[in-house]
Ligand binder design. Structure first.
Ligand code: LLP
Length: 405
């Protein structure tokens, strides 16, 4: 059940559309992102199905993963909330029509002006530090509104991921450590006109592929919530953040689904009468999109073979930044005489860090052939730059099917 599939003719299709035909129809020859709207719907529904039976859960889509306005409007129309880490993400979410009661403003460096907007609009705000609490109190006074806050707890759980995307462990810059919990509870108590404590939040990291990690964290979090409730706070929300990984390797390995994730925390949530908030980014949007590139040429240096394409680290930086693997395929089927070799797939940017994939077995493509990088819906366009004065790529979506069958 996936939007990008190979047809019987050997060509790659997005929903019912041949990717090569999409390339041919473009006036401008440059890399572009291609989405399937039906896949976005399908991914959101997977979370809805997983959450069925829980009382008023909130899915807060992490906008940092992909802030395309159409994508936001579509997710909002399906019932999604939004998770924001900057004033501009907050403004964009409001413009896309997200219900402020389903929005959470996160972050370790939120600015006063943005907090004032959050207070005025009535979105949930996470407290990340002592100075953050001070800013939220000031924002509440300026806005003349009481702010519903969650404490972002750092539960010190190892998410077993690349260190750059681990956030809930001891030395991370995010959240509040256990030892300081009492200080924050006292500070909230001291500001009854400005702050209403409604819940606790954690986010462990990203690309997590073992759901037991969420289970351990949820158990720790419920423990914190018990301590907080013991002091007379009536708090309702447990926010377990985002972080579920996806099958970047396309090996067919069975990875945990949203259902597996929710099932590991369901009992705990129900036992304490809590309302669950989750903040998925990647698992909602990554597999809905490819970066479509065109082959500029093929070369060999020493013992290395290179496929040079028009896309690069400017359009898609995850391989360069995290050594991330994203699956690469040619759009058309190989010709019978095409030789299969091991290639590095690289862009034209003036850096040796500029690669989209290393050591990939591919049939030797001809000039102008289409080459896609899969799972490019999350943290690709939103992290694209204009390095070397490349233009940020256009984005198109296919909306032929209403469902992925
Ligand atoms: N909530 C919070 C507080 C977060 O910091 C994040 C992601 C999410 C939710 C969504 O996590 P997801 O479900 O997408 O894993 N640029 C990196 C990923 C950075 C993730 C930052 N925080 C990458 O390309 O892998």
């Amino acid at each position: 059940r996936h939007c990008f599939t190979r047809g019987e003719d050997g060509y790659l299709y997005c929903e019912g559309l041949k990717v090569e035909d999409v390339m041919e129809s473009m006036e401008e020859r440059r890399p572009f992102y291609l989405y399937s709207k039906a896949q976005i719907t399908r991914n959101f529904e997977a979370y809805e199905e997983a959450l069925a039976g829980l009382p008023s859960p909130i899915v807060g889509y992490a906008i940092k993963a992909n802030n395309n306005f159409k994508v936001l409007q579509h997710l909002r129309s399906l019932g999604s909330g939004a998770v924001l880490v900057s004033g501009n993400e907050l403004r964009l979410a409001l413009r896309a029509g997200f219900d402020p009661k389903k929005c959470i403003f996160n972050g370790n460096g939120k600015l006063l002006a943005d907090l004032v907007l959050a207070a005025k609009e009535g979105v949930f705000v996470n407290i990340d530090s002592e100075f953050d609490l001070e800013n939220i109190v000031n924002a509440a006074r300026i806005a003349g509104k009481k702010v519903s806050v969650l404490l972002r707890i750092n539960p010190d759980v190892d998410p077993q991921v690349h260190p750059y995307v681990a956030t809930g462990n001891k030395n991370s810059k995010f959240g509040i450590r256990n030892e300081k919990l009492q200080w924050f509870l006292d500070a909230v108590k001291a500001h009854p006109n400005e702050l209403k404590l409604v819940g606790a939040h954690c986010h462990l990291g990203s690309t997590i592929t073992k759901v037991d990690i969420f289970k351990d964290a949820a158990a720790l979090m419920v423990n914190f919530i018990d301590q907080i409730r013991d002091q007379g706070f009536e708090i309702d929300y447990l926010n377990i953040g985002g972080g579920l990984g996806i099958d970047y390797y396309h090996t067919g390995a069975v990875l945990p689904t949203p259902m597996d994730l929710i099932d590991t925390v369901r009992e705990l949530v129900v036992s304490r009468g809590l309302t669950l908030i989750i903040e998925p980014g990647r698992s909602l949007i990554a597999n809905t999109c490819c970066l479509v590139n065109r082959v500029t040429g093929v070369k060999t240096n020493g013992t290395k073979n290179f496929i040079v394409v028009d896309g690069s680290m400017a359009e898609l930086i995850r391989p360069s930044l995290y050594g991330a693997y994203q699956h690469i395929e040619l759009v058309s089927p190989p010709t019978p005489d095409a030789e299969i070799s091991t290639f590095d797939v690289v862009g034209p940017v003036c850096e040796s860090a500029d690669f989209l994939g290393k050591d990939r077995e591919l049939s030797t493509p001809s000039k102008g052939a289409g080459l896609v990088v899969h799972d490019a819906g999350a943290y690709c366009m939103s992290m694209a730059s204009t390095y070397n004065l490349k233009m940020r790529p256009p984005e198109y979506w296919v909306c032929i099917q209403s469902r992925i069958f």
